[in-house]
Design a protein around this ligand. Structure first.
Ligand code: 8X3
Length: 255
């Protein structure tokens, strides 16, 4: 089982909601100290307060957008001297479902800035800490990185990057003791669809209607499973589906 120093921290990006929040709560319940990074100050502070009250662990918060390299660098600089042995590289988003010929170019730019550039910068900033701790990097991919669908050219492309980079890092980091795991979920009921549909609640709700989607806790438990294996075991890539979903577009829905 997982046996790291008690004072080590788990760092989570995109921590203020969804998979990030559920993972923060679950790791805190396991006694893990946390460093939580997210854009929304109010939500982040409320979460930190609630976790500290419930689990008594130490929670450090940083308000930063992972697509802002300067803010990210400042955040990691302030963590100097801390032991970080788990990094959960979770921040990411999809914007729009239009085919590329109809999509807004700025939506693509934002997805690339967060899901590729920001994702990569989190890894680059984390590596000095992980090399010291022989820690564990968890990258949040998606089934969208393994298959493509109409209206997802850029999003799928960004998640393919996560898949390729995770595999590449396994080679780069071989011999360092660092474990790299990619978690690739299908439909998880979070704010993901509200963001993708830009606040259109009816469209977002329809994504999760008439079947049982995954919950953020399902993914958090899977992350904990990967992290809590012994140090010689790397869960390299896990793909997680709702039982009633077989591909990005194949569902069984109740009438
Ligand atoms: C989320 C899964 O199918 O909406 O990453 O792209 S999907």
């Amino acid at each position: 089982m997982y046996a790291s120093g008690v004072s080590a921290y788990t760092l989570i990006t995109g921590a203020s909601s969804g998979i990030g929040e559920a993972t923060a709560r679950l790791f805190a319940a396991q006694g893990r100290n946390l460093i939580l990074i997210a854009r929304r100050k109010d939500r982040l502070e409320a979460l930190a307060k609630s976790i500290t009250k419930e689990h008594g662990v130490e929670v450090i918060t940083h308000v930063a957008d992972v697509s802002d390299p300067k803010a990210l660098a400042q955040c990691f600089a302030s963590l100097k001297g801390k032991s970080i042995d788990v990094v959960i590289n979770n921040a990411g988003l999809a914007l729009g479902t239009e085919p590329l010929q109809d999509a807004k170019p700025e939506d693509g730019d934002t997805m690339i800035a967060v899901n590729i550039a920001g994702f990569l910068h989190v890894i680059e900033e984390s590596l000095p800490f992980l090399l010291k701790s022989r820690g564990h990097l968890i990258n949040l991919g998606s089934i969208a990185g393994l298959e493509a669908y109409r209206g997802g050219a850029v999003y799928c492309g960004t998640k393919s990057f996560v898949h390729g980079a995770s595999k590449g890092l396994r080679h780069d980091l071989l011999g360092t003791g660092i474990r790299v795991t990619e978690i690739a979920p299908a439909k998880v009921e979070t704010e993901f669809s509200m963001v993708r549909f830009k606040g259109d609640k009816a469209k977002a709700d329809a994504v999760y209607a008439s079947y049982t989607p995954l919950s953020p806790l399902d993914i958090a438990e899977t992350i904990w499973f990967a992290v809590s294996r012994p140090a010689h075991v790397t869960i390299e890539h896990l793909v997680i589906y709702p039982t009633d979903q077989a591909s990005a577009s194949a569902f069984v829905k109740q009438k």
